[in-house]
Ligand binder design. Structure first.
Ligand SMILES: *[C@@H]1O[C@H](CO)[C@@H](O)[C@H](O)[C@H]1NC(C)=O
Ligand SMILES: *[C@@H]1O[C@H](CO)[C@@H](O)[C@H](O)[C@H]1NC(C)=O
Ligand SMILES: *[C@@H]1O[C@H](CO)[C@@H](O)[C@H](O)[C@H]1NC(C)=O
Length: 541
């Protein structure tokens, strides 16, 4: 690896030797000149911040430690790729005390290349941490993401390829190189180990690093990755194409009633009645089977309609063209409120399509170059044309689905992906599909890349299932001590604080956690097995 060291960790997850020799002060003139091929620094700011408390722990950041006041050196590097007219900011936060000797790059979500909210929890855990804004300066909130065309286009009709490429890949290569020079300047030595952690877009960024910049990180957490972007972001519109085709836009209460019936029908296929569908592959629930059944919609009794059943089946099946599946659908357990959303009048009688914001902005502000098109009125031919154009023009930039990880393997990297089986935004089968392609190319891939599925967990976090809770620590043990994870520890996050968390192992794909007897809340009641068939049954909730 670039920053290889012969030192071994003194204590896993503890401090690495000599990590605390801080040489310089936290002022710009004391930081070294940053030299990275192809980029030119235009501004550096550095300021000490002590007792910083204005932050919240968030499961989205992958850091699970408790909140505490932190002391850090806040460095911002602004650079350009000369001739390209861009201006990229890298934010590096350096712990003043108790640096653990490691560098951590944190990923973003949606159109955001890095969340500001992931900096403080990482410092609290001892990491020197950095994020990038990839040059489009959106690092703060989801609200910023509705203004995509302000950076994806140079003018209506014209794509800003420089910023798109920064977001897709280039800025991810710059980030660890810039950050390690700042770290070396500040502490007198570079970090001994370099890690990446991210979910969703952050997961895609992690895979991009493994595929294109295989020497940059010793370890990568690439959770619920937004890989296959050029395909799945358009596939996310499929429910609305079906709604237009059947000329019915179901209110969310109707789709939710259908989903609850599917969960009821499939819950016990995994041997355990716990409201979680851990065996989505065995779930063959057909929404047509409950047409006419009554349900409650905000106090009004209604009947499941045949057209709503068709919409639900379509979203589970995924886009199908002339009988051929073009992309994966969502599992039955995934909430339908994101990708099949509708806006209704107060009686829930008249509804219209409300497509997912990122699909709208990707199609309108990138694929269609800012043309104002109404995505809720697309017919099927127009839809296939957009999908074709998206894949044809943007897969090589955005899709991040190259299964050849041989260089990452050769440089000693390790990577973990986990994906929630109730993910409502990114079809989880895109991740298993990628993992299987990696394994097909290299049957030994488990020696450096491991994939886990989390039943009942929604996008990156949330849902009734047990979510993994210390994936980065697990990765650090793999990288620094050679302990490869057979399972990930996971726990539910009960909505009711009085309720105890349930613990489950997440098994190395394609193994599943089969119930073998004992308390449902205990991880030891489950064993990794090839199928649920071998386990016992537990039918009381
Ligand atoms: C860190 O520095 C940047 C750039 O000067 C500034 O915008 C930001 O508010 C600072 N953050 C904290 C928490 O001090
Ligand atoms: C984006 O959202 C904000 C806040 O919701 C709103 O004020 C702004 O007008 C929106 N911008 C666009 C381009 O839609
Ligand atoms: C997803 O993959 C599983 C196997 O991992 C398979 O059983 C299931 O049918 C697939 N679902 C979809 C929607 O393709």
């Amino acid at each position: 690896m670039l920053f290889k060291s012969t030192h071994l960790a003194t204590a896993v997850l503890g401090l690495l030797p000599a990590a605390n020799a801080r040489l310089r002060t936290c002022v710009p003139r004391d930081l070294p000149a940053i030299k990275v091929f192809g980029l030119q620094v235009v501004d550096i700011s550095a300021k000490e911040h002590r007792g910083y408390e204005d932050w919240m722990p968030s499961p989205m950041t992958g850091m699970t430690g408790p909140k505490r006041p932190i002391d850090f050196c806040n460095v911002t590097i602004t650079y350009t790729h000369p001739g390209q007219g861009d201006r990229v900011n890298v934010y590096v936060w350096l712990p003043l005390e108790d640096w653990n000797g490691r560098f951590l790059g944190q990923g973003g979500g949606g159109w955001t290349a890095g969340w500001e909210m992931s900096l403080a929890p990482s410092v609290a855990a001892g990491y020197a941490v950095a994020i990038t804004d990839a040059g489009h300066q959106v690092i703060y909130s989801l609200a910023d993401m509705n203004d995509t065309r302000s950076w994806t286009l140079t003018s209506p009709g014209n794509i800003n390829w420089v910023l798109l490429q920064n977001f897709a890949s280039r800025a991810l290569d710059d980030l660890p190189k810039v950050a390690q020079q700042v770290i070396k300047g500040f502490y007198g030595e570079p970090a001994k180990y370099s890690y990446w952690s991210g979910c969703s877009t952050g997961g895609r960024q992690g895979l991009m690093s493994a595929q294109r910049y295989p020497k940059n990180f010793d370890g990568i957490v690439a959770a619920a990755p937004a890989i296959n972007w050029a395909t799945f972001v358009v596939a996310e519109l499929w429910a609305h194409i079906t709604m237009r085709k059947v000329d019915y836009h179901p209110p969310s209460c109707e789709l939710e009633a259908i989903r609850q019936e599917a969960i009821k029908a499939c819950d016990e296929l995994d041997g355990v009645k716990d409201g979680v569908v851990a065996a989505p592959g065995l779930c063959k629930f057909d929404a047509k089977s409950i047409v006419g059944q009554t349900f409650d919609c905000g106090g009004v009794v209604r009947k499941i309609s045949a057209k709503a059943a068709e919409v639900a089946n379509a979203i589970w099946e995924g886009p199908v063209r002339n009988g051929r599946r073009v992309w994966y659908g969502l599992p039955h357990e995934a909430p339908l409120s994101a990708l099949a959303a509708t806006e209704c009048d107060t009686q829930n009688e008249k509804c219209k399509s409300k497509p997912f914001a990122i699909s709208i902005s990707w199609i309108r502000d990138v694929v269609m170059r800012g043309q104002d098109i109404d995505l809720s009125s697309l017919n099927e031919d127009e839809y296939w044309s957009i999908l074709h154009r998206s894949v044809n023009e943007f897969a090589s930039i955005m899709s991040t689905d190259d299964p050849d990880l041989s260089e990452f393997k050769a440089s000693g990297g390790k990577m973990i992906t986990w994906h929630g089986l109730a993910d409502q935004l990114i079809p989880v089968n895109g991740s298993s599909d990628y993992y299987e392609k990696v394994l097909a190319l290299d049957p030994d891939a488990r020696s450096y890349y491991r994939y886990f599925e989390a039943p009942g967990v929604t996008h990156c976090a949330g849902g009734p299932g047990a979510a993994p809770n210390a994936v980065l620590d697990t990765l650090v043990k793999w990288v620094e001590q050679g302990i490869a994870p057979e399972t990930l520890d996971a726990a539910t996050v009960p909505a009711d604080k009085a309720e105890a968390a349930r613990h489950r192992p997440l098994c190395l794909y394609p193994l599943v956690a089969a119930y073998v007897g004992g308390e449902l809340a205990e991880a030891g009641s489950f064993e990794c097995a090839e199928s649920f068939g071998v386990g016992k049954r537990h039918t009381e909730l």
